[in-house]
Design a protein around this ligand. Sequence first.
Ligand code: NDP
Length: 322
Amino acid sequence: MRAVQISEHGGPDVLVPVEVDIPSPGPGEVLVRTTAIGVNYIDTYLREGTYPSDLPFIPGSEGAGVIESVGEGTPDLVAGDRVAWCQTPGSYAQYVAAPAESLVAVPDGLSDEVAASMLLQGLTAHYLITDTHRASGGDTVLITAGAGGVGQLLIQMAVARGYRVVTTTSTESKAQRCRDLGAHHVLLYPEATPERVRELSEGGVTVVFDGVGRDTFDTSLASLCPRGTLVLFGAASGPVPPVDPQRLNAAGSVFLTRPKLADFIATTEEYRERAAEVMEGLVDGSLSLEVGSTFGLSDAAGAHRELQSRRTTGSVILDPSG
Ligand code: NDP
């Protein structure tokens, strides 16, 4: 089968297409033929070595596909079922041996592309909105990178909960996408100052969801109202340098949290509950997921280049046949 391998950390060119054996599903695992593969920002951190990993490895952790065969101890799953997964290493490949508990059944009506990118970003937006802060209806929240994969879903979930949404992005076409999703105010970066955010929120936002990191952290902190919460959940522009806790005092007794998805889907039950809510929204149309770009599996390097150059909107997909 074709897969993508990383043998050394570095730029997008270390993503090299290779031919390897199809994996055999062990006990509790299922062999899935991939039909679409999700590309996520965390894949770039692992490629660069910002997050540790043993070399060589097949990157990617998310996708959708059709069950080919099942290992021992997977009673509810049968060949031919359409499934999606996340948090499963080795997903940039035409076949993946996935733990049965990582698989969710894909409802009719969802395309392979949507199924392949709904979990990692959808579950992230879901736990961020439900479990990381204390905002309530009518409060104003700030979301960085609103046109991105997580950002688009977060805007919609925030609007649905009655929050007023201020969001930031880099281009007018991305700004329009954010408005279409219901954002109340969209700020392009030169205009995205704490003063402007405070003006729009009458004294500061209750929560900031910041997935950009280094470039936006200071503005995010200075945009909060007293006792607000800064939810720093990513580092698209680079990691934030160490922070003196005294800055949280000076900003108005604010809270800073740095959550990660794994801790909010720590049990299979929680994973399935969050996945069911995200899929329900996608099926009934209350949530929309834009698959912004598709690359062939052999051009995973191109996908990473595009994602890191801020040229993508919504999710990015690899087509395993390409
Ligand atoms: P996005 O689709 O949001 O892409 C990143 C966006 O960040 C870009 O499109 C760009 O939007 C913005 N950006 C701002 N500054 C930069 C910069 N210097 N370089 C590159 N991009 C920049 O990615 P994802 O939706 O996949 O992920 C968003 C964030 O969420 C990432 O930081 C990721 O690591 C994090 N994440 C965290 C999880 C967690 O549990 N903690 C789980 C999943 C994702 P614009 O052009 O509008 O500025």
